[in-house]
Design a protein around this ligand. Structure first.
Ligand code: ACO
Length: 429
């Protein structure tokens, strides 16, 4: 067996051998295939990068057929059960698990960078009273680049490390303040006695009490949700971070682009649609007629199906367990019973089995967020906080990858050519 592709160009009758490496061919090799010396080489048309690898990456592995997700080789199930979000963040960025000393130093650094400049607070207060928290988060992440102009020095390893620490540390502060602003509540400063996720809950929900003491079960559940969202290889927002980062801009500007991409309903918004669907179904008795509607093409079972996973999304299994833990504290959500029954029926139904439609990460996450009393606009902010180490790990990998260039896709031009311009004074006569 030869690892190459033989291509015959029927325009010229010429044959080309294109090497296959890691299951891919190099687009640049196709560029050598030309109809004439003067015409441009053959290119690949792939809107949405559906079948194009944009990088080599050692961060996250997904096998959608088997339902496998691994960060740096560690299965997501083990990390969710036995690790914590900051350790996972360290793993994603550095590539290996920390020693005790490395872990302690990492947690210490992040804990002591949670505060933001007072002027960040002032400009966040300047947003309209009903500003969407995700818009506030995107703007304030981008604004951090003006507070840390040294972040532009991306070729210095110590400098990169400092900006990544700052970004992970300040994300919950910015996220919590975006939430408090919409509620008209005063911003709560970080409490460095608390762990990462407990401190986030404190900044979200603390009122007049001296010290906010979150329920440990809720802290654990939210920490697990952050772990599950921490990376998912070359998704839309990660691709945005890499694309913007490829211009060698500072990491705050690159991550702000990622937050913007995540804001879109095709990326971060499906869990809200699940809640709306469950409310509309209303009770278990209505499930069979809803399923009939799905099969007739009149409805979509939100929270089911995935572009990559053609098996149970491994994150959905873990979230289901977290939902039970959260409801133990908050009391159950009647929508959970409908969700469980819906899942049971769908997993046995031929329509879903044949199409390999299984619950995805969003099927249960909205129910959990609602139990925490988050409004739907906050769901993507939570996603962004969890995804930050992944964005940074991918950015870090990009800036050290000698093979990477500024992202600049080709196009197929479909417009007019060589028109003759007449000035307005002649055209409008
Ligand atoms: N309900 C009913 N039928 C579905 C669903 C669904 N949720 N998802 C896919 N199908 C059907 C399609 O109609 C199609 O049927 P057909 O072969 O008879 O035409 C078949 O299954 C294949 O589906 P595609 O649309 O080709 O799958 P694709 O990979 O393009 O879509 C997507 C994936 C967008 C996630 C889709 O499954 C969907 O819309 N799901 C609901 C929305 C959702 O939960 N999104 C969250 C994804 S997870 C995340 O982004 C974090």
């Amino acid at each position: 067996m030869t690892d190459s592709l033989t291509v015959r160009d029927n325009r010229t009758g010429q044959e080309y051998d294109v090497p296959i490496v890691d299951g891919t061919i190099r687009a640049a090799d196709l560029g050598k295939i030309k109809a004439t010396e003067e015409t441009p080489g053959l290119a690949v048309y792939d809107p949405g990068f559906v079948n194009t690898a944009s990088c080599r990456s050692a961060v996250t592995y997904i096998d959608g057929e088997k339902g496998i997700l691994e960060y740096r080789g560690y299965p997501i199930e083990q990390l969710a059960e036995k690790s914590n979000f900051l350790e996972v963040a360290y793993l994603l960025i550095n590539g290996t698990l920390p020693s005790k000393a490395e872990y302690d130093a990492w947690v210490h650094e992040i804990t002591y960078h949670t505060f933001v400049h007072e002027n960040v607070k002032s400009f966040m207060e300047g947003f309209r009273y009903d500003a969407h928290p995700m818009g506030m988060l995107m703007a304030s992440v981008g604004a951090l680049s003006t507070f840390y102009p040294d972040a532009r020095n991306i070729s210095d390893a110590d400098n990169r490390h400092m900006q990544m620490v700052r970004m992970i540390a300040k994300m919950p502060t910015l996220g919590a303040w975006s939430f408090r602003h919409a509620q008209g509540k005063p911003f709560v400063y970080p409490d460095n006695d608390l762990g990462y996720t407990a401190n986030f809950l404190s900044m979200l929900f603390k009122m007049s009490e001296q010290k906010y003491e979150p329920d440990e079960r809720l802290v654990k559940a939210l920490d697990v949700l952050f772990i599950l969202h921490a990376d998912h290889e070359q998704n839309c927002s990660t691709n945005a971070v890499r694309s913007v980062g490829s211009s060698q801009v500072d990491p705050y500007s690159a991550v702000a682009a990622g937050v913007g991409a995540l804001f879109g309903p095709l990326h971060g918004g499906a869990n809200e649609a699940v809640l709306r669907m469950l409310r509309r179904i209303g009770s278990k008795e209505n499930i069979p007629s809803f399923i009939d509607g799905v099969k007739n093409g009149n409805e979509k079972l939100m929270g089911f199906g995935h572009r990559v996973y053609k098996n149970y999304d491994p994150r959905a299994k873990i979230i289901k367990k977290s939902a039970e833990d959260v409801f133990e504290v908050t009391g159950t959500n009647p929508l959970l019973d409908i969700a469980l029954e819906l899942e049971k029926i769908a997993l046995e139904d031929e329509y879903f089995v044949k199409r390999k439609l299984y619950p995805n990460v969003d099927f249960y996450s909205g129910l959990i967020y609602e139990a925490f009393q988050f409004p739907p606009e906050m769901f993507t902010v939570l996603f962004a906080i969890g995804r930050t180490p992944g964005w940074l790990a991918q950015w870090h990998e990009l800036v050290q990858d000698k093979e990477q260039k500024i992202a600049r896709p080709k196009q197929i031009y479909t417009g007019d050519r060589q028109l003759t311009f007449a000035p307005a004074s002649e055209r409008w006569r």
